[in-house]
Design a protein around this ligand. Sequence first.
Ligand code: NAP
Length: 322
Amino acid sequence: MSRQEVLVIGPIMPFVVERLKLHHDVVECENEADSAGFLAREGSRVRAVAVGLHGLSAKTIAALPKLEIIASFGVGYDAVDVAAAARAGVVVTHTPGVLTEEVADTALGLMLMTVRELSAAERHLREGRWQSEGNYRLSDGSLTGAVLGIVGLGRIGKAIAKRAEACGMKIHYHGRHRQADTAYPYHETVVDLARAADVVMVVAPGGAQTRHLINADVLAALGPHGYLINIGRGSVVDEAALVAALREGVIRAAGLDVFDDEPNVPSDLIEQPNAVLLPHVGSASRATRQAMGQLVVDNICAWLEGKPPLTPVPETPVPDCT
Ligand code: NAP
């Protein structure tokens, strides 16, 4: 394989850059704004770009007339303008599968922390209140026997369902389509799902289609004994409606791994005692992040060797490489 120039735009784990450098010449730009000078000078030569969670805009795609592949780190690729890539005939790849079990584990942990109030109970101990005030209060909720309503029963949603069933939960789901290969009860609308569920677990992708899918109506349907867990994308939940719902007891509690404007978490969310907040760590183990990074590298190397991409997204074209 001849060495080619690969452009890396935005923060990405150093492992990706190190591995790419074994095969290709890598140019790194800190962010899209930073890349403007390079793109004006050299953009017409670049065939492959690797990007992290910050994605790639239509403007940058347009500044790369020879671009053939965008390899995105992560399974969610809502920050990459896939419509612009498709119009330009550029393949977009992502990293599905290799993070499924890790994210499902995190989701289960976040649900337990939220429903059984484990982080609040730990604070009670660390702050010396076990000795001064006595036992931590009894949690209102339990997993056993509860209905888990999954919004987005895909790879990760199904892995969460398996774990939740082992905890004695009953699974319901909502998505754009009823799935023929599952017996879990399907709900046409997310409000119907929330009415049936004790815990709503969001694991749907971000983007315009799902923006604020979880709104005040859904939270009202979930009710004062209900829990919301978001392991999908921050944009799916209307954060202002959620803060109001947590504050006013419209729902019991929420557990969030993702936020609308990361890493800026609204202070009125941080102030809610009934919110469990994690800094987007769903897939964040060394082994899983390396597997994701390797898949970014493998997609680019395969493509530059004239082979098909390994894990293209469905929206962009995959030209015949044979
Ligand atoms: P997937 O297999 O593609 O599953 C996505 C599911 O979402 C599908 O079942 C799909 O069902 C449903 N869906 C898509 N659009 C929808 C809409 N408009 N309304 C309702 N449901 C919709 O993807 P995955 O691998 O499970 O990953 C899911 C998401 O998890 C990613 O996109 C990413 O945003 C998030 N994620 C987060 C972390 C983290 O660190 N917190 C890590 C990895 C992934 P239908 O087609 O029937 O609608």
